[in-house]
Design a protein around this ligand. Structure first.
Ligand code: VG1
Ligand code: CO
Length: 549
């Protein structure tokens, strides 16, 4: 029997953020932490008390299929009914990628969405779980909404829910909990229709059928069902094109992070083997992408620049781009393209939420981050499979291989040698001491030599939103050099174990310079100098980074 009266459950004071400000994408913690009694509930309560429009509103809920996904949907349904939502739209098996969720929120005029994912972090009982909150524009919650949710968690002492019988996510259906309607829809359909509006599928399909074999690795995460229907279905790529295509609760033990370290099986196929002409992988929740060609890896900063330079080949962008944006640590490659196209280029802090206002105001069409994130105004999230289709479309339009397209790009625009060095799971104390010390010495660097170049600016990046004038400061330590090279340091906001230090290295070579070096060699002097300046290896006791991109 359904009880229609909400139950009010008292909780001891819970601080889901452990006194830490939320990271770049909602709440992300170990799965075990989320299994603690009332932990998930307390956070969801804070969300429902804070998100505008809850009473009578529609909410989109789904996730990347990791362990905890179904239970979380069940909890959210009961709490949503108690808080007076009129409708929750969720999906078969609870499977909903982040970009598909963004699309649904926009199309169904929802007040927002809750995406159950810790993105590229590993999953399962011994991995991580996460809750991403998206707003009515389909994008990640703004700084002010995130802060309001965070402040609410600090005083919370009870939550409400309606006890209900379990709702089946096994197939499409319609249910009710009290006065609230629950729709279980297919989470893939509407996303596919959106892609068909953006790209010319016939052109891509005939290109890949003509001796251009492709491989896609879903890393046992959310993009499997989407990629199978897109690539093996609509584009008629051979069965087997999609690898690891069934979402598993623990991602089969994989770390669903599409980079050369964690997607190494695919990387080996493309970089060591010579059968495939194109390879791609997405992360846990489907918003990131890695692009590979035969024998070549595309740096995500270059990827954004190459997409921008060739965007006229995609039907949805054939009339030009209004502008582009990149996160601060992303290389300036896209800026060079924007200059030639005569369009503005914006620099934002790390995190997709900072692109939201620019996209909503029509100031930009494409945007991206060095962390394998690329997207456009079609949704308000980065979009992994969209990027894969974009690449295939511009390769088809140019009738060219990946390696040839990249070479052509560099010989036209010059090359930004770029690398990111991650030092993962270091002790928080060591990381913060290192970082705070560097903040103190930054002002003394200006005018001094670093890696043989004069430092023109050394600061902690601060951003003024061009649309609402909000200020976001302390977004990363920058050392800018007179030849446009940059070295940047940040502490990650998405890790769950200790701290992760990210070092971003960039140096520009014009089109008549040496375009064919190994980035680690081209960037060697910056790598050595930042190590001694910031005392990285000395303080972390690590001889090398855990991940090099
Ligand atoms: C990382 C990336 C950042 C990205 C964020 C969320 O953050 O660097 O560019 O926006 O993850 O990505 P950090 O703070 O760890 O560097 V994901 O795929 O959650 O949605
Ligand atoms: Co992600």
């Amino acid at each position: 029997m359904e009880s229609l009266e909400p139950n009010s459950i008292k909780v001891n004071h819970i601080d889901p953020f452990d006194d830490q400000k939320p990271g770049t994408s909602g709440l992300r913690k170990s799965t075990k932490q989320f299994e603690e009694p009332n932990y998930l509930e307390s956070f969801i309560e804070a969300v429902f008390r804070t998100l505008p429009g809850v009473k009578g509103g529609t909410l989109v809920v789904g996730g990347d299929g990791r362990y905890g996904n179904r239970r979380a949907i069940d909890v959210i349904l009961g709490m949503a009914a108690a808080h007076g939502l009129s409708k929750v739209i969720t999906t078969v098996d609870g499977i909903l990628s982040t970009p598909a969720a963004s699309n649904l929120i926009r199309k169904r005029k929802a007040i927002g969405g809750i995406i159950l994912s810790a993105s590229h972090n590993s999953g399962g009982l011994h991995g991580d779980f996460g809750v991403k909150i998206n707003a009515a524009n389909g994008g990640p919650a703004s700084e002010s909404l995130t802060n309001a949710i965070y402040n609410c968690t600090k005083t919370l002492d009870r939550y409400i829910k309606i006890d209900h019988s379990q709702i089946s996510l096994d197939s499409i259906g319609q249910y009710s909990i009290g006065d609230m309607e629950v729709m279980v829809i297919d989470g893939v359909d509407e996303y596919l229709s959106l892609m068909q509006k953006i790209f010319d599928f016939d052109q891509i399909s005939s290109f890949i059928s003509n001796e251009f074999p492709i491989a896609f690795d879903a890393l046992n995460a959310v993009t499997g069902p989407y990629a199978k229907r897109l690539l093996e279905g609509l584009l008629a790529a051979p069965l087997g094109t999609v690898r690891n295509g069934v979402p598993l609760e623990d991602f089969g033990g994989c770390h669903p992070d599409p980079n050369l370290t964690y997607a190494n099986e695919l990387a080996d196929l493309l970089l060591k083997g010579d059968h495939y002409a194109f390879g791609a992988a997405c992360d846990g929740d489907g918003d990131r992408n890695m692009i590979l060609g035969r024998g070549c890896f595309i740096n995500p900063s270059d990827s954004l620049a190459i997409l921008a330079a060739n965007s006229h080949l995609v039907p949805a962008y054939q009339n030009g781009l209004s502008g582009v944006a990149r996160s601060m640590p992303t290389s300036g490659a896209v800026d060079v393209v924007a200059k030639q196209l005569g369009i503005p280029s914006y620099e934002t802090p790390t995190g997709w939420k900072f692109f939201g206002n620019l996209l909503d105001a029509g100031k930009i069409t494409l945007c991206g981050e060095e962390s394998f994130g690329t997207g456009s105004n079609h949704v308000r999230e980065k979009d992994g499979l969209w990027a894969v289709l974009f690449w295939l479309q511009i390769l088809a339009g140019n009738q060219i291989t990946v390696a040839e397209l990249v070479k052509k790009h560099w010989s036209r625009f010059g090359r930004h040698y770029y690398s990111r060095h991650d030092y993962e799971s270091i002790s928080s104390e060591v990381a913060h001491n290192l970082y705070d010390r560097l903040i103190k010495i930054l002002p003394t660097l200006e005018g001094q030599l670093f890696a043989g170049q004069k430092v023109t600016k050394a600061d902690n990046f601060s951003y003024i939103d061009p649309i609402d004038s909000s200020v976001t400061d302390k977004q990363g330590l920058r050392i800018l050099l007179e030849d446009r090279s940059r070295v940047i340091l940040r502490l990650s906001g998405t890790g769950t174990k200790g701290a992760t230090l990210r070092v971003y290295l960039e140096s520009y070579v014009s089109s008549n310079g040496d375009l064919n070096q190994d980035p680690q060699i081209a960037l060697r002097k910056y790598i050595l100098d930042i190590d001694s300046l910031a005392e990285i290896s000395q303080r972390t006791c690590m001889n090398s980074p855990t991940v090099i991109t």
